[in-house]
Design a protein around this ligand. Structure first.
Ligand code: CMP
Length: 140
């Protein structure tokens, strides 16, 4: 089925100036960018986005990292977009990410891991709506 998923290029990858290289991977895999914005997240925005992790030991570090610089937030659309994007990203820990994945190629650590992608269609619906109004999404 054609799905939408929420993708974030994190502060480490934006700082490395590889936004375009990462977009090229989405496009070459058949995913379309149907909404996009650059944002410097506030602490409250990052905490709300990652609310499901708030009891985890890494939560404070995660929020600090995600607010350390601008991010690119985009909605990707395509056949099986949620899983396709997760395959392109590779494992959360770049040390475990398969060769040729975004995290293997651009990420340094489990915190500075270059990209986020929704883990299910349910979380994708919530995450897309967290950042984008319906009128900001441009299917084509
Ligand atoms: P992300 O897909 O953005 O979702 C939550 C983030 O928390 C994850 O990527 C990692 O960057 C970060 N994180 C830090 N430590 C851990 C951990 N032990 N397990 C999972 N995620 C972690």
């Amino acid at each position: 089925a054609v799905e939408r998923t929420l993708s974030i290029i994190k502060p480490d990858a934006v700082a490395k100036n590889v936004i375009g290289e990462i977009y090229t991977r989405f496009e070459k895999a058949g995913l379309k960018v149907v909404a996009s914005k650059m944002k410097h997240l506030s602490k409250a925005e990052a905490e709300g986005f990652y609310a499901e992790h708030k009891e985890r030991g890494f939560f404070a570090d995660l929020v600090a990292f995600m607010t350390s610089g601008p991010v690119m937030v985009q909605v990707l659309e395509g056949e099986g977009a949620v899983l396709k994007n997760r395959e392109l990203m590779g494992a959360t820990n770049p040390k475990e990410a398969a060769a040729g994945t975004i995290r293997a190629d651009f990420a340094e650590s489990i915190d500075a891991n270059a990209v986020h992608g929704s883990d299910s269609t349910t979380s994708a619906a919530r995450e897309v709506a967290y950042f984008f109004a319906v009128t900001e999404i441009c299917p084509r």
